[in-house]
Design a protein around this ligand. Structure first.
Ligand SMILES: Cc1ncc(COP(=O)(O)O)c(C=O)c1O
Length: 472
């Protein structure tokens, strides 16, 4: 296939030169009706090209998806304009309905819980391996998946996250092999893995590993615009027509052509220059890792931590030895050093290094850590102890809980009640409480700990999390 082409970009480029009387939507009519301050900030081309699916634009979208399928190794690829969030729900709707079981890694993103509410399936949560030395979610082990499938051979699908927020991919080939030995399709939330296929030294991507359906947020680790993702299918275990219907149900009927064009050129860029760009990215992150590892009290996750299948572009820095929480360090990095991390946790800071980062960025990061490590105030605060969280009991399916009559009660009194809400620190957006689960005192204490340490809790109807909605 000719990957020099970018069909959507080429099609919209023609419209730049065309002047016509626009009696279609959007209502700003190629920028004429846009707020002048917005135009002054953004320029005019952006609005001239904010076009609906005009004649001549349909076919290029199809061609661009075919090129993407070829580049990412799938049988069919859909461009998504509502992120992996919509792709995750779509793949769940394609495989399971009310009364069906679906095996889900407990480290799933909250989008998977939304998918459960929509499709009505009963989740069987599979616990992830937890590395207590590094307070690290290491994903689902082959042994855990094997056991879960032996106990639930009637499951309609397995849904796992790979890579996770820390860049840990797990032994995907083995996980796929296990799922397929039970003839169960495996769906991968590969939101963080859209770049993996384009460099041989990166861990294997989920499509290459043989997963049946894979979603990738190209906006996260590629260069497309925020909101954009790709959904890939490569097997007959999942009904492609049903997946297509689900995508259509969950996507807008007016996808923004600029978002689609950004996916088109991100594919072209990766096919033509991906290896070279990712060479530079890995060199940068590896340099940053080695520098950070020379700073007293800091440790940046690497292969020596026995973490196999680790995406080296992701820098996870353990900051707890500095006796500061990741939340405090995050604030200091932004305030005093103009360095913005991807995610703080209690004990870590995660930095997503990608093809858009420069040597200067990583130098700034290293220098910031060198300064922080020298500050006496970093060393004299007592650190919260991170508890190992007990497994919650699922009393209702997420869908039943979501549709149950509910009331708000104070969080401190919520032990023993069933949540109707998804409560997750964000990022990473991994739910601590899923709808249908019974709230425990340990979970309440943990949420208070995260809140008091400066973490952001998301998904709750009461933003302060003083109250929580429970089934009456
Ligand atoms: C593991 C995982 N899956 C899915 C998502 C949702 O992706 P998107 O923002 O593209 O909808 C995220 C977002 O952070 C994520 O971390």
């Amino acid at each position: 296939m000719n990957h020099q082409q970018a069909p959507i970009l080429e099609a919209i480029a023609k419209y730049l030169a065309i002047d016509h009387a626009p009696f279609y939507m959007p209502g700003h009519k190629r920028g004429v009706g846009i707020d002048p301050d917005f135009i002054a900030m953004m320029g005019t081309n952006l609005f001239r090209l904010d076009l609906p699916e005009l004649p001549g634009l349909d076919e290029p979208i199809y061609e661009a998806e075919v090129l993407a399928a070829n580049a990412y190794g799938s049988n069919r690829t859909w461009f998504l304009v509502n992120g992996s969030t919509s792709g995750i729900a779509a793949m769940m709707l394609a495989v399971a309905g009310i009364g069906d079981k679906i095996l889900i890694g407990r480290n799933c993103h909250k989008a998977a819980i939304a998918g459960l509410v929509l499709c009505g399936a009963t989740p069987i949560y599979v616990e992830t391996d937890y590395n207590s030395d590094f307070d690290l979610d290491c994903g689902i082990s082959p042994h855990s998946l094997q056991t879960a499938l032996e106990n639930n051979p009637d499951a309609k699908a397995v849904l796992l996250v790979s890579p996770n927020y820390f860049g840990i991919c797990g032994d995907l080939e083995k996980l796929v092999e296990i799922a397929h030995s039970f003839n169960v399709p495996i769906l991968i939330d590969g939101a963080h893995g859209g770049h993996l296929r384009f460099h041989p030294d990166l861990p294997m991507d989920a499509v290459t590993a043989g997963a049946d359906v894979v979603v990738q947020s190209i906006h996260k680790m590629g260069s497309s615009l925020t909101q954009t993702a790709m959904l890939h299918i490569q097997s007959k275990r999942v009904n492609s027509d049903r997946l297509d219907q689900a995508v259509q149900m969950l996507q807008t009927t007016s996808p923004n052509i600029l978002l689609l064009a950004s996916l088109d050129v991100a594919r072209r860029q990766m096919v033509l220059h991906g290896q070279e760009l990712l060479d530079q990215t890995m060199a940068l992150s590896n340099w940053g890792r080695s520098q950070i590892n020379q700073i007293p009290h800091l440790y940046c996750l690497d292969y020596q931590a026995q973490i196999l299948h680790l995406d080296p572009t992701r820098l996870t820095v353990m900051v707890n030895q500095l006796r500061k929480t990741g939340f405090d360090m995050d604030e200091m990095l932004v305030r005093d050093f103009d360095v913005v991390a991807e995610m703080p946790t209690l004990s870590q800071l995660v930095f997503a290094v990608s093809i858009g980062n420069t040597v200067a960025d990583v130098q700034k990061l290293v220098q910031a850590f060198q300064s922080l490590a020298n500050q006496e105030k970093c060393h004299n605060i007592s650190m919260p102890i991170i508890p190992k969280l007990p497994k919650l009991h699922q009393k209702l399916t997420p869908r039943s809980a979501f549709f149950s009559p509910s009331q708000s009660i104070p969080l401190v009194n919520a032990a023993g009640h069933i949540s109707t809400e998804t409560i997750s620190p964000y990022p990473p957006g991994i739910p601590i409480i899923c709808p249908g689960e019974e709230i425990t005192t340990e979970i309440i204490d943990f949420l208070q700990l995260i809140k008091n340490a400066g973490g952001v809790i998301n998904g709750c109807s009461d933003r302060t999390l003083e109250t929580i909605k429970v089934v009456i």
